[in-house]
Design a protein around this ligand. Sequence first.
Ligand SMILES: [Ca+2]
Length: 136
Amino acid sequence: MKFFQNLNNIRTIIYAILIIVLIIAFLIGIRFAIRKLRPDDLLNKTDVKKSNLTYDDSVYAQIASSLYRAMEGMGTQESVVYSNLAKLKNKDDYYQLIKTFGRKENMNLIEWLVEELDSSEIAQVNSILEKFGESI
Ligand SMILES: [Ca+2]
């Protein structure tokens, strides 16, 4: 009798462990799905009209890397952020920059700006992006 009770207990414990493992696997799966979707979604949705672009690809790459250098690590060089964003002349320049910037440390450009800037600095950025009807 005792043997069968013990067997039942072991079976219950094994089932409990299996269920916990399944729940953890499920949560990890959801996390990955969210992480993969969120930034890619934004990058994929932004269609760029190549004919509207003001600059060569290399210029967007330069702007993207200056922005990243101004924001990465401790503090932020806000004036570098403003002056680089001010080089954008239209929506397609902006979208091209977002695409070129891609993801750094798993964040896209807009996520970087929102994370690095306070509300008055975001207002400053929005006043730059406003001329072609964009905001962060
Ligand atoms: Ca920083």
